[in-house]
Design a protein around this ligand. Sequence first.
Ligand SMILES: [Zn+2]
Length: 51
Amino acid sequence: MKVNPYHSTNPTDPDVYHDHDDCPSGQQIPWQNKRSGTNGYRRCEHCRNKG
Ligand SMILES: [Zn+2]
């Protein structure tokens, strides 16, 4: 399902944002590292493929 943009605050994670809640890469972000917004990042490839 498409959701509002979110990203990880973990510096070791790639600088991308997600906008699907079933993104395999977005699902790996623990709740404490999850922030809403794009943070100026580009869109995650998995999310791009989901449309
Ligand atoms: Zn994603």
